[in-house]
Design a protein around this ligand. Structure first.
Ligand SMILES: Cc1cc2nc3c(=O)[nH]c(=O)nc-3n(C[C@H](O)[C@H](O)[C@H](O)COP(=O)(O)OP(=O)(O)OC[C@H]3O[C@@H](n4cnc5c(N)ncnc54)[C@H](O)[C@@H]3O)c2cc1C
Length: 241
């Protein structure tokens, strides 16, 4: 494991935590700084694969890497922000609780398809706390004239945090885990209000992603290009991606 760690440290990008803040009952923000961030080709919706096992000695391979979305990026200063939820109580949650300013964070960039798409007139954003920073980032990067409706949920409202600029542009609901039925009922209320071409983003609990994907495709007959889903976690698995 020692040799692998040394190789990985050379392959992955290195950054330093320059700020850490508790932003809600169950979430932390960290700002990391690295020369690599200045020159990265970046699109809103990109995320990082963080080698948490490189700074947490006790972790096994299964817990070695966790994915975190870029919440905000400042390429002039070479910094980016992550928002990490601790609901899971897993290795990633423990890793963020223990991190402090000055610690190193090793990462690689991941692009994927769950990124900003400016081609629609209106948007519907659905997700839980794990996907909140990702959806905030996408929203901030859409043209200002677009209609944006949202269903963000968590079990308790004090778990939710405001966006990086202090605004709270999303509709928040206190809902239990996997609240597919409640979400579909709310979507049915929102659909008639959506104007023109609509894209839906669904991120977070894999069960909700699957159920909503089916709902939009089978019940509403939406074109698959308009449905963007990204499972961030799965109740039967550790880490995803
Ligand atoms: C593309 C992508 C981007 C992501 N971006 C972010 C991000 O910006 N912020 C963020 O906080 N997470 C994000 N995640 C999720 C993150 O990678 C971890 O999966 C999550 O932090 C849980 O890791 P863990 O090691 O703490 O728990 P694990 O060891 O992975 O899981 C322990 C247990 O907790 C459950 N669990 C995991 N997540 C949750 C949850 N949210 N609520 C309830 N139970 C849960 C698991 O099913 C498992 O049973 C992202 C995931 C992906 C795939």
């Amino acid at each position: 494991m020692g040799i692998i760690k040394n190789i990985l440290k050379r392959v992955l990008k290195e950054s330093i935590i320059v700020e850490k803040q508790k932003i809600s009952e169950t979430a932390y923000k960290i700002r990391v700084k690295s020369e690599d961030i200045k020159n990265a080709e970046f699109v809103a919706g990109y995320f990082l694969r963080v080698g948490i096992g490189l700074t947490e000695e006790s972790l096994t391979m299964q817990d070695f890497v966790r994915s975190y979305s870029v919440w905000e990026i400042d390429q002039t200063n070479g910094t980016l922000d992550l928002a990490i939820a601790t609901h899971s109580n897993g290795s990633g949650a423990k890793w963020i609780e223990q991190r402090k300013v000055g610690d190193k964070v090793y990462f690689t960039w991941k692009k994927g398809n769950f990124i900003v798409d400016k081609s629609a007139d209106s948007y519907l954003m659905v997700g839980d706390l794990s996907a909140l920073s990702h959806l905030y980032m996408i929203r901030r990067n859409l043209p200002k004239d677009r209609q944006i409706e949202s269903i963000l949920y968590s079990q308790h409202k004090n778990e939710v945090y405001a966006d990086i600029d202090g605004t709270t542009p999303f509709e928040f609901y206190e809902l239990p885990q996997n609240p597919t039925e409640e979400i579909i009922n709310k979507i049915k209320e929102i659909i008639p209000k959506l104007k023109g071409k609509t894209i839906v983003y669904v991120g977070g609990d894999s069960r909700v992603c699957v159920a909503l994907n089916q709902f939009f495709r089978r019940e509403l007959n939406w074109d698959t290009k308009l449905i963007k889903t990204k499972p961030f976690w799965n109740p039967d698995k550790k880490g995803l991606e």
